[in-house]
Write a protein that binds this ligand. Structure first.
Ligand code: NAD
Ligand code: WQD
Length: 337
């Protein structure tokens, strides 16, 4: 297929482009580069031997999207583009609603004009809020989100469901990602957050390479085995492969399909610290501090629907996630020097 990947130079997008190309698909990327760098395209070429066609375009501006559909015969769109920092979304709600919601509405309009009716949307486990039960199946009721970022995901899921009802020939896949970590084994692409990271693994990576002195563990009094928060960490390459698996689902009946993409295993913050230390033979100093507002105790998936219907199952374990994260962190540091 000829796939348009929005946000394709970003963290999950770049890994997905690699796996799509390696599976024989053609890829066109657009990104406004607000949270990624154009040299990711060279890295994708280094890994796959193919450089995707690229448009620097902002989805808030429909005029920047139109030429992409005019100049390429697009079969389907994987829509990663969006702002994703939880704390920033609390400080800048207008920017988040405008970027994520208006941008997606523009993208749908341009798809409609071009007669493209296949869409994969990057949703998030955040739509379950504090989940009603774990492991979380797709039937778990959506919860109360605690920040504008999460709300954009919930709203966009609703918008896309309503839209599909009114446009029954559309194929819409809502993929709810759990916690992606790790990097491509080449060490060429990975997650490069701006400033001090908010998420656990990017923070540990910076402690590991000496850029930050120690990890702060946000609370050890949760109702979990060791008191620290439990999450479903998934290797970003497994997540990328989930998107490749979803491509086949486009051959089925039109409709809205929802899948959790996770491993089904919950690890605590201290499990992650210990696994990282063991896998990389390095010490990660940490200190337990107050809980972080808005955090929940436990969140992990039941990924069996994706396994049954997509034939997709994760293959990388936590050790591999830690090894690949550290490799990328060291490469990033060397490039920065
Ligand atoms: P990322 O920031 O690395 O990638 C997103 C890309 O979108 C960036 O390259 C950015 O420049 C681009 N972008 C943002 N606004 C744009 C706009 N208006 N026009 C064009 N491009 C724009 O983030 P990621 O981690 O790769 O996440 C990809 C998607 O997956 C996002 O929608 C995110 O909300 C979702 N998601 C991420 C996680 C996670 O933990 N990383 C979890 C669940 C869901
Ligand atoms: C994981 C665990 C923290 C940092 C967020 C978004 C969610 C999704 C993924 C996109 C928690 C603890 C963290 C640190 C810590 N993104 N922690 N010290 O909160 O599960 O999810 O990213 O959709 O929407 O909310 O991920 O990596 O921030 O935290 O102790 O410095 O690590 O308290 O228990 P989270 P995270």
């Amino acid at each position: 297929m000829n796939i348009l990947v929005s946000g394709g130079t970003g963290y999950i997008g770049s890994h997905t482009c690699v796996e799509l190309i390696q599976a024989g698909h053609d890829v066109v990327i657009f990104d406004n580069l607000s949270n990624s760098k154009v040299d990711v395209l060279d890295k994708i070429e280094e890994i796959t031997g193919k450089k995707p066609k690229f448009y620097q375009a902002d989805m808030r501006n429909a005029q920047e999207l139109a030429p992409i559909f005019q100049e390429n015969k697009i079969d389907g769109v994987i829509h990663f583009a969006g702002l994703k920092a939880v704390g920033e979304s609390v400080a800048m709600p207008w920017e988040y609603y405008n970027n994520n919601i208006c941008g997606t509405l523009n993208l749908i309009s341009e798809m409609k004009k071009a007669g493209v009716n296949k869409l994969v949307f990057s949703s998030s486990a955040t739509v379950y809020g504090d989940p009603a039960f774990v492991p979380i199946t797709e039937e778990c009721p959506l919860g109360v989100t605690t920040n504008p970022y999460g709300e954009t995901k919930k709203m966009l899921e609703r918008i896309l469901m309503d839209f599909q009802k009114a446009n029954p020939d559309w194929h819409i896949m809502l993929l709810r990602y759990f916690n992606p970590i790790g990097a491509h084994e080449s060490g060429l692409i990975g997650e490069e957050p701006n400033g001090i990271p908010n998420n656990l693994m990017p923070y540990i990576m910076q402690v590991a390479v000496g850029k930050l002195p120690m990890l702060r563990v946000f609370g050890d009094d949760y109702d979990t085995p060791d008191g620290t928060g439990v999450r479903d960490y998934i290797h970003v390459v497994d997540l990328a492969l989930g998107h490749v698996a979803v491509m086949k689902k486009f051959e089925d009946q039109p409709g809205v399909y929802i899948y959790n993409l996770g491993t089904g295993i919950g690890y605590s913050v201290l499990d992650i610290v210990k696994a990282f230390e063991k896998a990389n033979d390095i010490k990660i100093p940490y200190q337990v501090v107050e809980r972080r507002p808005g955090d929940i105790a436990t969140c992990y998936s039941d990924p069996s629907k994706a396994e049954k219907e997509l034939g997709w199952k994760t293959k990388f374990d936590l050790e591999q996630m830690c090894v690949d994260s550290y490799r990328f962190a060291r490469k990033m540091l060397n490039t920065a020097i």
